[in-house]
Design a protein around this ligand. Structure first.
Ligand code: PRP
Ligand code: URA
Length: 209
C-alpha cells in the first residue's frame, strides 16, 4: 500500500536540510549533512522490517531479541544514490548492494539507463531499499522500480532526501505498492525540472563536480 513518510518536522532533519539547501555550503559540508540525513531516513525506513526472535545469552541470563528476518538489499541509483549507501552499510553491515545507473536527459527529462547490477530477488525473502536523494519528475525512480520488479523484487522502499509533489504522484500512480521515506516534500518543480526550493543538482554538489 502506498505511503509517504516525511521527516521534516524533526529539528535534526530541518537543521540538516538547511545546510544542504544553502548555496554557500561546500561539498564537504554537503556530504556530511547528506549522510546525517540519510541515516535518519534509513532509521525511519527500517522500522517496518520483518523480524524474528533470536535467543542470546548475556553474561547474566538467557534472553531474546528481534533480529532481521529477510535479506536486505540497498540499491543506490547512480550517481547521487551513492551518497546514501555507505551510511546504510554503516548501520546495516549485513546488507547486500545492487546498482542501477540512470541519468536524466537535460532536454526531455527522460531517464536514460546505462548500468545495472541486480540479483534475482525472487530466490529468497528480500527487502529492497532503493536510494536516490532526489525525486523530481519521478521518471528515474519509476524506471529503477521497474528494473527491481523485473528482477523479482516485491518489498520495495524508496529512500530520498527531497521530493517534488509531481514525482510522488508519478511513483504512486505507476507503483502504488511502494512506500517512500523522505526528509522533505518540497513545493514544486520549476520549468526545467528542478525541485523548488530543492538544493540544486544533488550529484554535482555531493561530488563537487
Ligand atoms: C538526479 C537524481 C535522480 C534524478 C531525479 O540524477 O539523483 O536520479 O535526477 O530526477 P527525476 O525524478 O526527474 O527523474 P541525475 O539525472 O542528475 O544524475 P546524476 O545522479 O548522475 O547526477
Ligand atoms: N535532480 C537533482 O539533482 N535536483 C533536482 O532538483 C532535480 C533532479
Amino acid at each position: 500500500m502506498s505511503q509517504v513518510i516525511e521527516l521534516k518536522s524533526h529539528p535534526l532533519v530541518s537543521h540538516n536540510l538547511a545546510i544542504l539547501r544553502s548555496k554557500d555550503t561546500d561539498s564537504q559540508r554537503f556530504r556530511e549533512a547528506a549522510q546525517r540525513l540519510s541515516s535518519i531516513v534509513l532509521m525511519a525506513a527500517t522500522e517496518s522490517l520483518n523480524t524474528v526472535e533470536q535467543h542470546v545469552e548475556t553474561p547474566m541470563k538467557k534472553t531474546s531479541e528481534m533480529v532481521f528476518a529477510d535479506d536486505i538489499w540497498f540499491v543506490p541509483v547512480l550517481r547521487a544514490g551513492l551518497a546514501m549507501v555507505d551510511v546504510g552499510l554503516g548501520l546495516l553491515p549485513e546488507a547486500h548492494v545492487g546498482f542501477v545507473g540512470l541519468y536524466r536527459d537535460d532536454e526531455t527529462l527522460e531517464p536514460q539507463h546505462y548500468y545495472k547490477n541486480l540479483p534475482d530477488f525472487s530466490k529468497s525473502a528480500q527487502s529492497c531499499f532503493l536510494m536516490d536523494p532526489m525525486l523530481a519528475t519521478g521518471g528515474s525512480a519509476c524506471a529503477a522500480i521497474d528494473l527491481l520488479k523485473m528482477r523479482g523484487a516485491s518489498d520495495i522502499r524508496l529512500l530520498t532526501l527531497i521530493c517534488a509533489p509531481e514525482g510522488l504522484k508519478e511513483v504512486f500512480t505507476k507503483h502504488p505498492d511502494i512506500s517512500i521515506f523522505t526528509a522533505s516534500i518540497d513545493e514544486r518543480l520549476n520549468e526545467v525540472g528542478y525541485i523548488v526550493p530543492g538544493l540544486g543538482d544533488a550529484g554535482d554538489r555531493y561530488f563537487g563536480t
